[in-house]
Design a protein around this ligand. Structure first.
Ligand SMILES: [Zn+2]
Length: 569
């Protein structure tokens, strides 16, 4: 048994005091802190938050240790029977995968801050929490008062918890499964709106998979006063980060639904259906996989589709989400440079930052579009008998229940067997290569009676200059430049600040000034690393960054109706 104690001495200093105690008969023990967390396939290097690492024996005498790697320590046991590792963990990041301490809450992702004893990952775990007696604990772990229990380190690392006296809570049932919904932070929860919607998409997902991997599930939601929107999946729970508070049940409600449905789908896809390369997780280093288009791609696609299938979204709301994915895809020239499989491998390098321009694509966006293509491919080729739901159900039953990881070949075989048709060419061209998706998408949308169309972008900066900007104060910072566009040819650089158009201060209205001058040659004044420069941009006849959108085909054929019906049910 490995016994942890987490205590808070001064919450405002944001250090959590952590002790890990265990019995030993060895001469040396290796203590390891994870270098990354499942759900984000890049190194997190959590050991940078560890301060004052010390080791003691049962008589409180210090034991010698030395660091072996950036996040592992070798302890010289020196005949001790009990070892107690002590350190303080700096908990100042508040996101869906972090650990955070303040005067309002203790929020812990154990994978960030709990070390493990190498070779003893399978032992049971107790976590004693020294927290105020008024605090309630939101967690999927078994608990007794302020003690939490996990069957092994894997379960502990996959079980975030929030301790606070301001948690808001409710629950709902789908069959035998009990779902808990928790909110921490400033928010007026509209339970009457939330509970029927959450019940609907949970029910539909469970129906399609046939069963749910766990008996109880927790949505742990952190609400912040600023714009935020992401989540992290776990086997029995998810943490969501959303904001601002005032928008969560208004304009940002679709985000709350979108991220919740997405994370719930992960309970099957990635927590249960796991890429073979990550089976089991190796917390000490990169776990490379090209299967991001399965884990995140299918989940991104299905998260929104299930909102539509369950009636939570109408077709227009669903199409808005799909349009956003299409836009991201077509706006990224890297779709001609790097495949989604290569981009998946490289999440460990720069998967969660913009990175070098036009270099890589997104496992979420390209993965979502390809999942749609595979879904329609299966529906059409099986004459509406099967869909991607059947592939996912099959992977769940065949791999999770037999405790195996999934390979790309397994995924390909499953699609091919339900479609009754080979997917080799699709995978080679679009997963592993950079073939243009346009025709493939048009055909797939057409199969179900949707039409993919485009129109010129209203913003002249985008459509005619070929740049995307971000307003900062009254000026505009160049954030993307389309290759070979007028802006590119004129020598504009990323991060240039546009100050004036034809000597007129843009003053927060770049596109209004561009529309006003409406001429083939435009002089812009820019500020580049503190130096002012004039650049002459010569426009051409092309339209850059067009807007992509879907619309319903007016007169659908009987076939299109049949496939649409199958796709949406
Ligand atoms: Zn995800």
């Amino acid at each position: 048994m490995i016994h942890y104690t987490l205590s808070i001495e001064n919450p405002a200093a944001q250090y959590i005091q952590i002790s890990m105690q265990f019995e030993t008969t060895n001469e040396v023990e290796i203590i390891q802190l994870p270098a990354w967390r499942p759900g984000r396939y890049e190194l997190g290097n959590f050991a940078k938050n560890v301060k004052g690492f010390k080791v003691y024996n049962e008589n409180d005498e210090e034991l010698l240790f030395h660091k072996v790697t950036k996040d592992s320590w070798e302890v010289h046991v020196n005949n001790a029977n009990i070892i107690r590792v002590l350190y303080a963990y700096y908990a100042a990041d508040l996101n869906a995968g972090s650990t955070f301490l303040s005067e309002e809450q203790l929020y812990v992702n154990p994978v960030n801050c709990c070390t493990y004893v190498v070779g003893r990952e399978n032992e049971g775990v107790i976590v004693d929490l020294k927290i105020p007696s008024t605090y309630v604990i939101a967690s999927s772990l078994e608990m007794e008062q302020h003690a939490l229990f996990a069957k092994d380190f894997d379960e502990l690392s996959d079980s975030p918890f929030i301790c606070s006296d301001t948690l808001q809570h409710n629950s709902y049932n789908v069959g035998e499964v009990l779902f808990h919904v928790w909110f921490q932070g400033e928010v007026k929860v509209d339970w009457e709106k939330l509970l029927p919607d959450f019940t609907a998409f949970s029910e539909k997902q469970i129906e399609k998979f046939g069963s749910f991997p766990v008996e109880e599930y927790h949505f742990l939601t952190q609400i912040v006063p600023f714009r935020a929107y992401h989540g992290v999946e776990h086997s029995r729970s998810t943490v969501l980060l959303l904001g601002p508070s005032y928008a969560v049940f208004k304009d940002a409600y679709k985000d709350l639904l979108g991220v919740s449905s997405h994370e719930l789908y992960h309970t099957w896809n990635v927590k249960a259906i796991r890429p073979i390369e990550m089976f089991p997780y190796d917390f000490t280093k990169e776990n490379y996989s090209e299967l991001g288009f399965l884990c995140e791609g299918v989940t991104t696609y299905m998260g929104d589709l299930f909102l539509y299938k369950s009636g939570v979204f109408d077709l227009k709301e669903y199409i808005n989400e799909m349009n956003a994915q299409l836009q991201k895809h077509f706006d990224n020239p890297a779709r001609f440079n790097y495949s989604v499989a290569q981009s998946s491998f490289d999440t460990w390098l720069d998967g969660y930052v913009p990175g070098a321009p036009n270099r890589k694509v997104s496992i979420y966006t390209e993965g979502c579009l390809l999942s749609f293509v595979f879904d329609v491919f299966i529906i059409k080729n099986s004459d509406s008998k099967y869909s991607l739901d059947d592939v996912m159900k099959h992977l769940y039953e065949d791999f999770y229940q037999k405790n195996k990881g999934v390979s790309e070949q397994d995924y390909r075989n499953a699609i091919a067997s339900f479609a009754g048709s080979s997917v080799t060419t699709l995978f080679e061209n679009y997963v592993h290569n950079v073939m243009d998706y346009t025709q493939l998408l048009q055909n797939s949308f057409d199969t179900i009676g949707l039409k993919m169309d485009s129109k010129p972008n209203d913003k002249i900066s985008q459509s005619k200059l070929g740049i995307k900007t971000l307003q900062q104060g009254s000026y505009f910072v160049v954030k993307s430049i389309y290759p070979n566009s007028p802006a590119d040819i004129s020598g504009l650089m990323l991060e240039d600040e546009i100050i004036a158009v034809q000597a007129m201060d843009v003053n927060g209205n770049l596109d209004a000034w561009l529309a006003y001058f409406n001429q083939d040659e435009i002089v812009v004044l820019i500020k580049r690393k503190g130096v002012f420069l004039n650049k002459t941009i010569t426009l051409d006849s092309k339209w850059y960054y067009p807007e992509y959108f879907l619309k319903e085909t007016k007169e659908k054929s009987e076939e299109q109706k049949k496939y649409f019906e199958r796709w949406s049910k």
